[in-house]
Structure formats: structure tokens, C-alpha cells
Design a protein around this ligand. Sequence first.
Ligand SMILES: Cc1ncc(COP(=O)(O)O)c(C=O)c1O
Length: 366
Amino acid sequence: MSAPLAMVDPAGEYRQLKEEIDAAVLRVLASGRYILGPEGEALEKELASYTGAAHAVGVNSGTDALHLALVAAGVGPGDEVVVPAFTFFASAEAVSYTGATPVFCDIELASFNIDPPSFEKSLTARTKALIAVHLFGRCARLPELVSICKERNIVLIEDCAQSLGADHAGRRGGSWGAFGCFSFYPTKNLGAAGDAGLVTTSSAARAETLRMLRHHGSRKTYLHERVGWNSRLDELQAAVLRVKLRHLERFNAARVRISQRYRERLKDANVILPSEPTDGRHAWHQFTIRSERRDAIREALAAEGIASSVFYPIPLHRQPAYEPANRGRSLPAAEEAARTVLSLPIHPLLEDGAVARIAEVVRSAA
Ligand SMILES: Cc1ncc(COP(=O)(O)O)c(C=O)c1O
């Protein structure tokens, strides 16, 4: 059997950038400044500039980014927040932390992203915010969502955990809504060596609120204006992220190339390929096919030592944590996606030969 193929290769990325990362980590260790220092501040500036948002505030994780953005938006008990039913659990979990209710809406199967008409149908007098997830690296329909949110006075929060570098019509995700929430979980397009996250916003006042919330509700030492959290992005993670950010465009370009190779090799296979945006850049965090034979394809890949993943097997309205409040609710596209999706390995270090090998197994099992 040939060498096993994993979904991701964070250790490989480290080996490729070892000199730069080691130097950055040692610089922080020698500085004695480990929390809220120059690395975090520089990363915030660099990511604000990269995304095109005016401000960026580092936090402890993507989940915290969503949670603190919701709190900064004034979301709380009695409010409803619309969330697509097909996403990672944290997109809704963050809403529950605030005491508000996540209201699930359906997706468009072609993009795996929120379906604007289903979003509009989910609105009530209590709807305070929308979490628009840019799933698998593709921006949701931002112009339509922005316009509905404006008209209905709803706070648009972009969940950009999987989409750093993606854009719509040349404008990057994270710069459209009131807040953009990013995760640097190690397997993300920009991955830390641990947990880390960040919130972007165009408003200086909101950025200041976020800085206070992440630091025990404090702006001035030992003066606590409100109850906050300890959710700071530490200096070691910031230093690692700054190195990797310098290579992000190259790494995302490699993802685009791999997605094209898959497309060529699978064009007449009996699977549904992920569609591409016509007016924007996909960050290809995942390459997700659909098939009625999903489980058989998965087994055939596993038999060849090739990893694959089902992101996500259970839509959120069917998760045990949310099912009781959503009993009988039908969201057909989210359910269909959960039943048929399969994500294939895609990461910057995946070689064309490996893509060919994976595609061959998919073709014969499909
Ligand atoms: C869509 C989405 N939202 C939120 C999160 C939460 O990010 P984190 O794991 O950094 O808390 C993730 C990632 O895991 C994600 O994929």
C-alpha cells in the first residue's frame, strides 16, 4: 500500500517554515511578554489590513470570537439569532452562551451556505442577529444578506472560521458585517500551534468593547466596568500566526490549484463536485463532494490509507443539544447535505500525485 494520506499536515507546514517560526517563538520566550504585547498588536494590525476591516481584536478561539461578538452586539436572553443548520456546532453554541435562542435556517445545496429566502422566513420580531457562516472557505451571499439585515435592523456577524482569504467581488470576508469572527485552530487555513481566534469590525467603539470583554471587562487596570471573560490571544500564538500569515496567499493558491486538479480528475466521476463562485475567491478550506455512495467511497479510501471526513453528519436542528427545541422541524437541504457530503484531503502540501491517487479511488468507488 502507498503512504497514508491525511486530511491536513500542520507538522509539514511547521517543517517548511521552521526557521522563521522557531525564531519568532524564541523571540517571544526571551521577551518575557507572553500576554497582550507587541506580537498580538502587530497581528491585529496585519489581519485588519489583510481582511480590509478597520479593526481586529485577538481572542482565545473562534468560538470566543463569535461569543464576544454577540455580546458586543447586545445579544442576550429573549433574543433570537439565525444560524444555518449545516455548520460546525460552535456557530450555534456561541449564541446559546448569551442566553439567546439559535433559530436554524436552511442552506443552498450548491454552495453549502445559508439560503437567503430561508433566512428571511426565519425572521421574527425577536431576531437580533444573523451568523452568516462562510462554510468550507466560500463566502455566503453577502450582498443579499447585508441588504436583508440592513432593512430589518439585524446585526450581521460573519463566521469566517473556515474562510480566511475568501472574498466576494474582491471584498474579503470579515469586512462586510458588523463583526467577522475567525478561528486559528491548527487545521484552519491560517493555523496556530494551539487555540486562537480574532474578531474584525469596522467600528472603533465595537473594537473597544471587544477589547474590554476579552480582558475581564476592564479597560483600565483593576477597574472592571462589566463582567467580562479571560479570552486573550497569547503572544506565542500571535508570533506563530504572523509568520504563517506571510505565507497565507501562497498556501491558499496551492489550495486553489489542488481544487482544480480534483475537478479535472473527477469531472466525469459519479459524484457531485463543489460548485465555484463566479464572482469571488474560494479559500478551499475543504473540498467537499456529494454522493449517494458516500459511505462506500469513504471505506474504499480508508482501505487505501486515505483519510476523508464527513463535515458534518448531523445538522444542528437534529443535534441532541438542540433537537428538543426543534422537534419536527424540517430543513431539507441541510439534511440532504449531512447525508451525502464527503470532504477529501486538501492542504497546501498535498502533491498532485496524491490528488491523482485519491481521485482514482473516488472514481472507482462512486
Ligand atoms: C464554522 C466554524 N465556526 C466556529 C468554529 C470555532 O472555532 P474554534 O475551534 O477556534 O473555537 C469553527 C472551528 O472549529 C468552525 O469551523
